[in-house]
Design a binder for this molecule. Structure first.
Ligand code: GDP
Length: 424
């Protein structure tokens, strides 16, 4: 059985926590897209961890973690994370890396930095992990697959031809030094020696696992609104954030993905630039940001303050729908316990018209939020384990959101820990 945990919003919905929780009863956890540009924060018996490239199921002894072919694979990020885990007492995880995953090259990071610098105020707010240049190269067919590291002749030739093109852009567009090819080759040899014990045909491994009836969890990064096709293009990420892409980014049959858990956050947060209709500013935003998440809404990768706003059910309904969600997990609900009243953006006004349909970016820029205000519950709901024990207004909030989104909310997360979860 294959199950996916994916974001219905702009990312940072708490997918890491849900994945970590569900991993207890899973055999294999797969990252199928994105790279080390986003972070998943996990709080469990070993402590608090920010994972960027490793799947969130890494903490259990019984699971196998997979870096799928769809991932932007950063070798240094991967080893830094594994080393940190081991140093902090987590048993060395069992990880497999797809032989078809492509490698984030040092120059991808350089190009990411140069381009953001060039764009100045119009920048994307990239984490500068090289993700956009990486995927550009993958689709321009000049990327490096992991398997190429093991063919020296081919590798040298490939480096030479790529550098010819990269050097022109580096020198003439960004006024930087050309790439040192010998140094790059040596770095790639180091990468080869590091990854060798982990590399295999993960698609074949997964095919066998499915045949044997294993439970597989696909872990998405970011959320629907950052998807290059269905998100707020161009302020999106460079790989598909949709569960459907799990079939491609992991190499499994699409019809095997039986269960899709879309994670929706009880309020909104976003990093990077782009339209954000229900965004808050000033004091209200500061208060929500500081109380939000687990110790404030600050990026797990960059530490930068996240943009925050009220829950947007127009975006979340669309987000869950595009994920083909079979169920919704509503997270960080505990954070809203301080509010007398809770506004929810339930429609947009665009050119004087009211709509509940999420529009294309050009129209989204004109959208103004239409709020429905619900009464707050004014207490701390952390520690509550049964749905019936939640305050009435809190249940009403959940049921209201469920109706607006149109997908059953089966899990409510009321704290960052593994056990802070209420099943409905
Ligand atoms: P991801 O990228 O979707 O995995 O989300 P992040 O890890 O970036 O952000 C979620 C943040 O919220 C993390 O700091 C989590 O520890 C925290 N978190 C997750 N679920 C809850 C919850 O129910 N309540 C609270 N207060 N924090 C939560």
């Amino acid at each position: 059985m294959v199950r996916a945990v994916v974001g219905a919003n702009w990312g940072d919905e708490g997918k890491g926590k849900i994945t970590d929780m569900l991993a207890e009863n899973s055999d294999i956890i797969v990252r199928f897209q994105g790279g080390s540009n986003a972070g998943h924060t996990i709080v469990n018996d070993y402590g608090k961890f920010a994972l960027h490239i490793l799947p969130s199921g890494i903490f259990y002894g019984h699971t196998t973690s997979i870096i799928g072919n769809g991932v932007a694979f950063s070798v240094p990020a991967f080893f830094n994370e594994i080393n940190e885990l081991v140093e902090r007492g987590v048993p060395k995880p069992k990880v497999l890396i797809s032989n078809r995953a492509q490698i984030v090259m040092p120059y991808h990071i350089l190009f990411d930095e140069c381009e953001e610098e060039r764009l100045g105020k119009k920048s994307f707010g990239s984490t500068k992990s090289g993700i956009a240049p990486f995927y550009s190269d993958k689709y321009s067919k000049v990327g490096f697959q992991v398997s190429e590291l093991f063919d020296e002749g081919r590798l040298r030739e490939h480096v030479k031809s790529v550098c010819e093109q990269k050097d022109i852009i580096l020198q003439h567009m960004y006024h930087k030094e050309p790439i040192n090819q010998e140094e790059l080759i040596n770095t790639l040899f180091e990468y080869r020696d590091m990854v060798e014990p982990y590399v295999c045909d993960t698609a074949a491994f997964l095919r066998d696992a499915i045949r044997e009836g294993k439970t597989i969890l696909l872990e998405g990064q970011l959320g629907t609104l950052k998807d290059p096709d269905f998100g707020i293009y161009p302020m999106v990420t460079s790989s598909s954030t949709l569960a459907a892409y799990g079939a491609i980014g992991a190499g499994i049959p699409p019809y095997e993905i039986k269960d899709i858990i879309a994670v929706v956050k009880a309020y909104s947060s976003a990093v990077g630039a782009g339209e954000f209709v229900s965004e808050l500013h000033g004091k209200e935003a500061d208060e929500l940001r500081n109380r939000g998440g687990d110790g404030g809404e600050f990026g797990a990768t960059t530490g930068r303050p996240r943009r925050v706003g009220w829950l947007d059910t127009v975006a979340s309904r669309y987000g869950a729908h595009m994920q083909s969600a079979t169920q919704v997990a509503l997270t960080v609900l505990d954070v809203l316990g301080y509010l007398e009243e809770i506004p929810v953006c339930t429609a947009y006004e665009i050119d004087g018209e009211i709509t509940k349909d999420f529009p294309v970016t050009a129209r989204l820029a004109k959208a103004k939020p239409v709020f429905t205000v619900l009464p707050g519950w004014k207490c701390d709901i952390r520690g509550i384990q049964k749905y019936e024990d939640l305050p009435e207004n809190c249940r009403k909030y959940i049921e209201f959101v469920e109706k607006e989104i149109g997908v059953r909310i089966t899990m409510v997360s009321n704290g960052p820990g593994r056990s802070d979860i209420i099943y409905r």
